[in-house]
Design a binder for this molecule. Structure first.
Ligand code: CS2
Ligand code: MG
Length: 412
């Protein structure tokens, strides 16, 4: 059998998603996620103009060979656009392979290593009190791990920090759409690292006091610190037993984490902006991190992410796959199947998609007592409803720009 069609779907049920549909000559269909937040159309063009035409007629079961063909043959390797495109094709081919075998994908990846995947959810609040209210809502639902982000006195707004709406409904959407008639530009936010470093230990103290020692607490530093600032933060959080500190420095300079490690035993997680195993070489071989944050969607699909996890496993480093709402339900399913199968699973980020998105993507995965499971449907277990998707036209949206108080563009 062979690949007959490669279609690229762009839909925007509340936010943008790029989805590949591969159809084979015997009528099998597979879905893959290629969503790259704020740069979606670059991936669409890469797929439609440069990838799809080269795949027609290829054996759809040759997944590894197709991955290598897409990775090596264009000469220009890696990069987020390329690897999101490779990811979408790779997921769709794995989806087809598992559907043809009549099994959920995790069975092809080695079978289940556990009964469910420990999930962490996002709680935030402009004050510690509001944050604790949000955490309570999740604990009541049975979640055992929560990422805590809070407002900082003196800063108007911080990325990822919102108060839950009355009734506990919590919507988090990282990319912003300009108001009607406004110029198409990212919004701007102001950042002050000193104020943040002073305040964050009090946030952890406030949450620990309220919830006791058992609840796992995570925090995302969003690449905003220098190495010495990151070391200070990691050390100052130690009394509150953090599960991890994520993206404490910009990840591209791998060696800076040596300095953070010299000063702290707070576990570190990094990699949501990485797109290949090579981005992790120093981090993994020197054991500078504890958790791999990549997503299948941005790191070459199941094949790419599995390479990273095999390498990480040799060094005892575990998974913490990126699971924001900008990874579509198809990408999320890929994480659940891979996470269920690999030995070195750690934790799975779980930011539930909106009702609107879930009317377009029909999912079979579930969460029970804070544990995720991909379900038993053959393949990935997620289907795109193309008719429902067609009702939501693409609308550009951008992640914000972060500036210091004097206007200097800052990392985030
Ligand atoms: C965040 C993401 O989930 C996370 O840890 O860092 O929300 C991230 O900001 C978005 O994926 C950016 O598109
Ligand atoms: Mg993050």
């Amino acid at each position: 059998m062979a690949i007959d069609r490669v279609d690229v779907n762009v839909t925007s049920p509340g936010r943008n998603f790029v989805t590949v549909k591969i159809t084979t000559s015997d009528g099998a269909v597979g879905w893959g996620d290629g969503t790259l937040n704020g740069r979606e159309l670059a991936v669409v063009s890469y797929l439609r103009d440069h990838v799809a035409p080269t795949l027609i007629g290829r054996d759809e079961s040759a997944i590894e060979a197709t991955w290598q063909y897409l990775y090596r043959s264009p000469y220009w390797r890696r990069g987020p656009v390329t690897m999101a495109a490779v990811a979408a094709i790779d997921m769709a081919l794995w989806d087809i392979a598992a559907k043809k075998a009549g099994v959920p994908l995790y069975q092809l990846l080695g079978g289940a290593s556990r009964t469910g995947l420990l999930a962490y959810v996002h709680a935030s609040g402009t004050t510690i009190e509001r944050l604790n209210e949000a955490v309570h809502g999740y604990v009541e639902q049975g979640f055992q791990a929560v990422r805590v982000q809070a407002g900082v006195p003196g800063l108007d707004h911080i990325y990822g920090v919102h108060d839950a709406a009355p009734g506990g409904k919590y919507e988090y959407e990282p990319a912003g759409r300009p108001a009607a008639g406004a110029p198409l530009r990212p919004t701007e936010e102001t950042w002050d690292t000193r104020a943040y470093l002073r305040h964050l230990p009090a946030v952890f103290e406030g949450v620990r006091e309220e919830f006791g020692p058992e609840l796992r607490l995570l925090h995302d530093g969003h690449h905003r610190m220098t190495p010495i600032e990151a070391a200070r933060l990691a050390r100052s959080l130690e009394p509150y037993d953090p599960f991890w500190l994520e993206d404490c420095t910009p990840g591209e300079d791998q060696s800076v984490l040596r300095l953070v490690r010299q000063h702290s035993v707070t576990p570190l997680a990094i990699g949501e902006v990485f797109n290949s195993v090579h981005d992790y070489q120093t981090l993994i071989t020197e054991r500078l991190i504890d958790y791999v944050r990549s997503s299948a969607t941005h790191a070459g699909g199941i094949t790419g992410l599995r390479q990273i996890m095999t390498f990480a496993g040799i060094y005892g480093i575990r998974s913490g796959f990126h699971g924001p709402t900008d990874v579509s339900p198809v990408g999320m399913a890929a994480h659940l199947h891979l996470g269920l199968a690999i030995h070195n699973f750690g934790i799975q980020e779980y930011m539930p998609h909106s009702e609107q998105a879930l009317q377009v993507f029909r999912t079979g995965y579930r969460v029970e007592d804070g544990l995720l499971h991909p379900g038993e449907a053959p393949g990935l277990g997620v289907e795109l409803d193309e008719e429902a998707a067609a009702a939501h036209e693409y609308a550009p949206a951008y992640l914000p720009v972060n500036r210091l108080r004097d206007g200097t563009v800052h990392d985030w």
